[in-house]
Design a protein around this ligand. Sequence first.
Ligand code: ACO
Length: 329
Amino acid sequence: MSKIMESVFKRAKTCDKHIVLAEGEELRIINAAKEIVKRDIARITLIGDAKIIESKAGKLKNINIINPHTCEKTADYINLLYETRKAKGLTLEQAERLALNPLYFATLMLKNGDADGMVAGSINSTGDVMRPALQIIKTKPGVNTVSSCFVMCMPEDRPGFGQNGVLVFGDCAVMPNPNAQQLADIAIASADSGVKIAGIDPKVALLSFSTKGSAKHELVDKVVEATKILKEKAPHLVCDGELQADAALDAAVGRLKAPNSCVAGQANVLIFPDLQAGNIGYKLVQRIANAEAVGPICQGMAKPVNDLSRGCSVEDIIGVVDITALQCD
Ligand code: ACO
């Protein structure tokens, strides 16, 4: 296990948060829940039918199970969903049906203050997990964009990148084509996740195929504009752009291409111009450099919701629950 995840595990234990797992009938989720409670990391509610869950895993100790079809709060949640979304055209009948969907039900629990965080995605797509959260939980006050980041932990023989081999990449999983304003939001949120989850001192690079005007293109203009907005919105953040990845990461190249930059050559938070670049970028580093990729960590939401990969292991689920606990205020 990486040092980052060791530290995340230790810190999550002290938070004493209540996390709802929407896919409570999935065996990996049940096994993760058992382990989380055994290790005293968080309090857990599984959404599902107790009979089905216990037929798979036996009697569960100290784990709350809620079936949306029999829960006494379901009527409140239907009302909450209807009130939250009626202006968007949601009918009461639609709310009654949707609230029974475990992903919506868990999101409504969170919205209602009956859980501190939510995790799903072991058997559902990113879109299906994120959509209810985007519609119901929405963004933190003062934040307009929900995005995500990965904490990338380089193998021990490559400590020279980022802060002792730890970097944050954003956005690699949520926002397909951010505009300049949204890119600045992603940078602020990723720096914040870097502090909260990875314990780094953020130095943020907005990446491009151009460094400081070396290329002219509308795609570069977006990154230049985002850097300007970022510097205005977060004047205390150490940030710079537009930078190519080598100028951001390599001290010699940084000195050559961007000699006056406060970030070039020492960046530890890399902001990709769009989701194609971000998603491809993190997977390349993960596969080719054998880096550990912790995430995606969802950021900017009013309450923490995190998405699992469908290929996730029990240990992966435990890791995401720990991160979610750390994100709870
Ligand atoms: N930030 C804030 N609000 C948002 C965001 C965002 N990033 N995206 C959507 N919303 C809001 C919308 O304004 C809308 O609000 P409203 O209904 O109150 O007006 C609501 O959320 C729903 O918006 P839709 O556009 O209908 O949402 P949609 O489901 O189409 O898109 C989603 C959201 C699912 C996150 C989409 O952007 C998406 O599919 N992203 C890519 C996910 C993905 O496939 N990632 C790669 C795989 S993950 C991996 O490899 C690790």
